[in-house]
Design a protein around this ligand. Structure first.
Ligand code: ADP
Ligand code: MG
Length: 339
């Protein structure tokens, strides 16, 4: 039988970045095509994530923010077939414990055009529920709003206020991972200070948008002819797609801030691969860092699923072959460019 507590968490929700990540992942899991993220006062006052996804069913209201409540996993065995980003049902519960007020507004796509607003206490219990009838044309979706993060923890709050801009930028750069790899989703990220809204990140969205178009439009580079396109089938369980730049793409960079690596569209850390790419790049380009975006599509059976969701490391079968094949392609590409 299902025993969710068996799944080791390893993933602690402690900072602004992980909170926003969880909310955005929930919106992606809800099959949204538009996700808007707004911070007020860099997240100190509030964080709101609005999506146009499938909404939340009434039968889920009561348990929504309770520990281990999830609509995404029914059997422990299902883990190998998991295609959602979340599955533990821990995120909303943890977030409730850290905030002064968590409000969820939602509408499903069914026939009755009713918008529900739910409020949860620190233990994740539903404490207030109201509904409003709206026009049939109102879109479905969910708005999750979090007020006064950390306010009840004086020391942490003081620190959060002191470092709010830094924490905010950490969150924005992490969310960029999701924006890039989901080109069909229209993302908008903004911060409001003293009533003035400032948009920091926005993507076009739509089915015709591609990962590389997304990358180019977000970083304002128009030259995509100097990109190595990677399309590798390592074996039946592992495929790799993506792009690695040559020197002329937005010029070489002195930092690794535009290197994006995923497993099944989840941002991951895979140090060995990054190190190899940087070394080969430097050898041929005489400047330090390439821009790259690579997604490793791996059969979940071949990954340690307990390791993956904390996003600190991945265990992948056939690792050396993956490295070797990417290296070969890079060497080929840079050599022909030099001729
Ligand atoms: P998990 O994502 O692991 O299931 P969460 O605590 O993140 O757990 O969310 C709990 C549940 O709340 C989800 O399983 C989902 O049913 C529902 N939910 C949360 N956010 C959204 C959203 N934006 N749209 C639709 N459903 C949502
Ligand atoms: Mg989740």
């Amino acid at each position: 039988a299902a025993d969710i507590s068996k799944i080791s968490s390893g993933q602690v929700i402690i900072d602004l970045r992980s909170i926003v990540k969880e909310l955005v992942e929930n919106s992606i899991d809800a099959l949204s095509t538009k996700i808007s993220i707004n911070f007020v006062n860099y997240g100190v006052d509030s964080i709101t994530v609005q999506d146009n996804g499938k909404g939340i069913e009434r039968e889920d209201f009561e348990g929504l923010c309770l520990r281990n409540h999830t609509s995404k996993l029914t059997e422990f065995e299902d883990l190998t077939e998991l295609d959602t980003l979340g599955f533990r049902g821990e995120a909303l519960n943890s977030i409730c414990a850290l905030a002064d007020n968590v409000t969820v507004t939602t509408r499903t796509k069914d026939a009755s055009p009713i918008i529900y607003t739910l409020r949860f206490d620190k233990l994740g219990r539903l404490v207030d529920q109201s509904k409003k009838r709206v026009g049939m044309s109102n879109p479905s979706g969910t708005i999750v709003s979090i007020d006064s993060l950390f306010k009840q923890f004086p020391v942490r709050y003081k620190n959060f206020i002191k470092n709010s801009k830094r924490e905010f930028h950490k969150a924005v750069s992490f969310i960029t991972n999701y924006v890039l790899i989901h080109p069909a989703i229209k993302f908008e990220l903004s911060n409001t200070n003293n009533g003035k809204k400032n948009t920091l990140l926005s993507s076009r969205g739509g089915e015709s948008n591609s990962v590389i178009d997304n990358l180019i439009s977000i970083y304002g580079t128009t030259n995509n002819t100097n990109l190595l396109q990677i399309e590798l089938e390592i074996n039946k369980d592992v495929q790799i797609t993506g792009h690695i730049s040559s020197y002329s793409f937005g010029l070489g960079r002195s930092t690794q801030d535009r290197q994006f690596l995923y497993v099944n569209k989840r941002p991951v850390v895979f140090k060995k691969l990054v190190k190899m790419i940087n070394e080969v790049y430097k050898l041929f380009n005489h400047v330090q860092y390439p821009v790259f975006i690579l997604d490793l599509k791996i059969n979940p059976n071949c990954i340690d699923v307990n390791v993956l969701p904390d996003k600190t490391s991945v265990l992948i079968h056939d690792e050396d072959r993956i490295l070797e094949l990417i290296r070969e392609q890079m060497v080929d590409f840079y050599q022909t460019k030099d001729e």
